[in-house]
Design a binder for this molecule. Structure first.
Ligand code: GLN
Length: 197
């Protein structure tokens, strides 16, 4: 692995440009991935925010679904934000019927978990591995309902008296329910680029 890893951003939908820019600022070579040959070149992959149902369907359309699933299962580092977290979860609650995921994280994720009243909000969040809180933006975000023993919780938020998991890492797979690509704080992407290196 070079010190300037090639990190792909799954680029069929969602906030692709913001991820590409953040990864470049963290010292990675960032490339948009829409085809198998582009995925093959990548050392790691980011799954952006957007709509998880649409992204899973488009992955099928672009013949990327099985290749991405296989690469992640084979140990390629992956980082999902919001819809990307859903796509990395082994199990979904509140998904549409038959909603598929690439998997890789031994978690049950709840789609649109925060409910209508607070469907979008922001706040300062302590993230394991970072000295100062991150200003986290949540947009129709999921949370992690249950996590297996191999999953390290990086951040939680308190909602109605209960702690809800919103950032995790399991081996080389990382995910956040919020959008670290929004704004100019690249530290969460930095954690991922370090993990890839
Ligand atoms: N609610 C979206 C979904 O289920 C995720 C929202 C987002 O990525 N901002 O896919």
């Amino acid at each position: 692995m070079t010190s300037r890893p090639i990190i792909g951003v799954f680029a069929v939908q969602g906030d692709v440009r913001e991820h590409l820019a953040a990864l470049e600022r963290c010292g990675a070579s960032a490339v948009a991935v829409r085809r198998g040959v582009e995925l093959d070149r990548c050392d790691a992959l980011v799954l952006p925010g957007g709509e998880s149902t649409t992204m899973a369907k488009l992955a099928r359309t672009f013949e990327l679904f099985e290749p991405i699933r296989e690469r992640i299962a084979a140990g390629m580092p992956a980082f999902g934000t919001c819809a990307g977290l859903i796509l990395l979860a082994d199990r979904i609650e509140g998904g549409i019927r038959g909603q598929e995921t690439f998997g890789g994280l031994d978690v049950t994720v709840r789609r649109n978990a925060f409910g209508r009243q607070v469907d979008s909000f922001e706040g300062d969040l302590d993230v394991a591995g970072l000295a100062d809180p991150v200003h986290a933006v949540f947009i129709r975000a999921p949370w992690i309902e249950r996590a297996g023993p191999a999953v390290e919780v990086l951040a939680s938020v308190e909602v109605a008296g209960a702690d809800r998991i919103v950032a995790v890492r399991q081996g080389r797979v990382m995910a956040t329910a919020f959008h670290p690509e929004v704004g100019d704080d690249d530290r969460v992407h930095g954690l991922f680029v370090d993990l890839v290196r």
